[in-house]
Structures are given as C-alpha cells and as structure tokens.
Design a protein around this ligand. Sequence first.
Ligand SMILES: Cc1ncc(COP(=O)(O)O)c(C=O)c1O
Length: 363
Amino acid sequence: MSAPKLFSPGPIMVKENVRQALTHYDICHRGAEFEDLFARATAKINKLFKADDSYSSMIISGSGTSSNETVLSSVFNKGEKVMLIRNGVFGERLLEIIQKYEIPLVDCEFQWGEYPDVEIIDKAMAAHKDIKVVAMVCHETSTGMLNPVKEVGQICKKYGKWFFVDSVSAAAGELIDVVDFNITFATSVGGKCLGAYPGSAYVCGKKEALATLTPEMGRNVYLNLAKHYAYAEQKNQTPNTPNVNLFWALDVALDNALADGGIEARVARYRKCAGILRQGMKDMGLKLLLDDESRMSSTVTSVFLPEGKDLKKFLKDMEVAGYVVYSGKGKYEEMGMFQVANMGEIYPEDCEEFLNVLKNILK
Ligand SMILES: Cc1ncc(COP(=O)(O)O)c(C=O)c1O
C-alpha cells in the first residue's frame, strides 16, 4: 500500500525532517538534554504566537483537547464564570469541558457557520460583569470559519477579561498575535497546521495570569496548568513523563515553520493552496458552505457534493484513489458536505492533482 494523501484537518503529512527527528536516540526527561529541548521548543512556540517576554509556553503530552482542558480545568476558583462564544462543533467541545467541570457559564451561542456578531458579544460582556474568562475557537474547523478573535480580544481588554482562544486548528495556519489580540491563553497541537505529530499539545499563556494560578485551583491531576507552569518555569520540564520522542519532531516542525519568511510565508502558502482548491471546486459547480473568502480559514474548505451523490461512497472512492478528505459533522453530514484541508506538506501542485482526481470521481 502507498501512503495516502491527507487532505484532512489533522493528522497531516509531515516533512521528511520531522519524520526523521523521531529516530533520535532515547533520552531521559529529567536530564539536561531534555531541558534544553524543552526550552528551545517552548521559546519557538512563543514566536509562533508572536508572544513577548510576558508570555510563557508549556508542552502537554496529549491531543488538542488536552490543551483546551488544561486551561479550562485550571483557571477558575469555585463559582467564577466563563463566557463561551461558539458557532460550531469545536465550540460545543469547549462547552462539554465547561459543563463537565461545572463552571458557571454565560453561553453566547451563534448558529453553526454564523459569523459571531461583535456587538452582541460586547453587550453580553457588559451585561455580565462577573465573567472571569471569555473563551472562543479561533478557526472553527467544523465549518472552516475564521472567527473575529482580534475584535473579541479588544472587547475583552475593554472589560478587563481574560481571553482564552482554542487555536488548535489555527496556530501556524493563521496569523495570531497574542499581544496584539489581547489573548491570555492560546492552545494548539503539533499535528495540524504546524506540521508535526498528534499528541504534542501546547499552551501559550500570559505570565501575569499564570502567576495567579495554584495547583489547588486545578480540577484534575494531569492537566493542571499551575503545575505545568511551575515545572516549565523552574526546570524546563513537565510534571509527568512526557512523550519525549515527539518533542524532537515538534522542535524540528517549529524550525520549519519559523524558517525562511517565517510564519507569514507558511500562511501565504496555505492561503494560496486553499485558493486553488476553492476556485477549482467552484469551477466544477460545487457549492461551498461559506461564501465570504475573508471569513474563511487558510486551511479548511467545506463543500457540498452535487445533489444525489452518496457521501459515504464518495469518501470511499477518494480513499481508493489515495486521498483522505473528511465527512462534514452532524447536520452537515446529512447534507452531503465534506471538508478538504490543506494543512502540512501540501503545495499548489498537490492541490491541482487533487482537483484532477476529484473531477474524475465526480464524473
Ligand atoms: C478547533 C479545534 N479544537 C479542538 C480540537 C480537538 O483536537 P483533538 O482531536 O486533537 O483533541 C480540534 C480537532 O480537530 C479542533 O479543530
């Protein structure tokens, strides 16, 4: 069997030097070599988010959810409130975490695929002065919508709220500036736009906020942000045994992302690829879920199959042809929607090839 071409929003195809990094000799996580690696990688995560010295980053061995759960389970004293802005499946995943930890909630819900209205958000924040944290997803992967994170960050600044942004499918794929966007905590994972593997999640947080956290505020043992911060700051280590081998790959992927033209160049490549895919699919007569390019992410396109085509069969046919694309989630699946992503090692010529295969299958 040959390697499938992953046009899915994670896991993604990694660059060869990232794969090779996995073969590094084994080291212990309580030694100087690991500490150097940890310090290097977390400094680069700060760069990815354009953070200055007032931010610190931590790496958590787990999927993207683990980084989100680390923040949400660690930053509230009993009774403190969160306001969640949501407009899709991954906003609902944040809701699930919030409900699991019984954090008092102000729910600012928009329809799936609806662009969050910043006036409504401003009014909600004004009406609920006792909110501690505002949470939202940056790139709502289930639709491909890029949410107004910068604008919401400014509203958080106006009302003096902490701002938590799930950047799982956005970091290294969109331009995120935690200082300029007034973000208190941003999360992500290696196996998406960064071009590393799943299982290497990370959190970038404002030190001023991190310094107020105590291990007792954390509502579980493993995903305890105060503990992760203490280990990171004091020792360049993690509280528990991390997936050491993935750290090598994460470190190389960070180098790749920050090299030559930096993150701007990567985002430009992703935008170009998405543009080729979108135009090509529109030329085939396919309808996209979102119609405003400026509100679409650089890496995910949600598109409907022509009427009468069977989604399951289509996905299978694509797989047999060597390509993995995703089925839409929830009601979108019933509507015959699929998602094409261009994260990781995908270049314009790969997108042209993809379009040829898609055209043949849809014939
Ligand atoms: C925006 C967003 N948040 C959270 C997650 C959950 O990440 P994971 O499946 O790695 O736990 C995803 C996964 O695609 C995502 O796109």
